[in-house]
Design a protein around this ligand. Structure first.
Ligand code: ADP
Ligand code: MG
Length: 197
């Protein structure tokens, strides 16, 4: 039995069922849950005030981070967003001009100008997350972008805190990680704050 393939299939199955469920969220439900989740995260980590935050532009019914982004921009706090780079790599970029966003090949907005900020220079990075297994390992969309992007900082002192903002149904009561998967430090949902480190 090839256990690598077994876990790959298990991950695919969880990915599909969670995304299917997330797609059924209505607009007002999404907005109410997002508010609660952002409030929980802000109470826990002061995301509206920390110096350097990795964020993203929410798509496909992800927890809506727009309020957080807007508060931080008004305060001129450094906030970065993912950009897809060649060879399935990515960077986090602090956009110069939010009017100059453009859509990438996954149909997600990304900065078209601005400075790269190294992973290690972030205090906190919010990682787009499809599921979180019972040990805190993150299930993503299947591209492995953040796994590769963060690999080099995982063992460093003073590495950024890695967090996920998810709905309760995205917690997976199972152990499904592969060796390359990143473990999240804290995950906030509408009902829980779970610390894994
Ligand atoms: P996701 O993290 O988006 O859920 P996976 O963990 O399934 O996706 O990873 C997708 C692909 O990326 C896998 O084929 C995996 O081998 C590759 N990958 C992930 N992390 C690394 C890494 N650190 N080095 C090389 N390949 C990696
Ligand atoms: Mg992974």
């Amino acid at each position: 039995m090839n256990w690598f393939l077994v876990n790959t299939n298990v991950k695919t199955t969880y990915r599909q069922s969670i995304l299917q469920k997330r797609n059924t969220l209505g607009l007002s439900e999404l907005s109410n849950l997002s508010k609660t989740i952002l409030r929980n995260a802000d109470l826990g980590l002061n995301l509206t005030a920390i110096t350097t935050l990795g964020s993203y532009f929410s798509v496909n019914n992800e927890v809506d981070l727009a309020t957080l982004t807007n508060i931080r921009l008004k305060k001129n706090l450094l906030t970065t967003f993912p950009k897809v780079e060649p060879n399935h790599s990515m960077s986090l970029i602090a956009p110069k001009d939010f009017k100059k966003l453009r859509k990438n090949k996954y149909d997600i907005f990304e900065p078209s100008d601005g400075d790269k900020v190294k992973p290690i220079d972030h205090e906190v990075i919010i990682i787009p997350t499809v599921g979180v297994d019972k040990n805190g390992y993150r299930l993503g969309y299947g591209g492995g972008y953040y796994d590769r992007f963060l690999e080099s900082v995982m063992e460093r002192n003073n590495r950024p805190l890695l967090i996920g903002l998810i709905y309760d149904f995205q917690f997976i009561d199972d152990s499904i990680n592969e060796s390359h998967d990143i473990k999240l430090d804290i995950v906030f949902s509408e009902q829980q704050s779970k610390k894994f480190s």
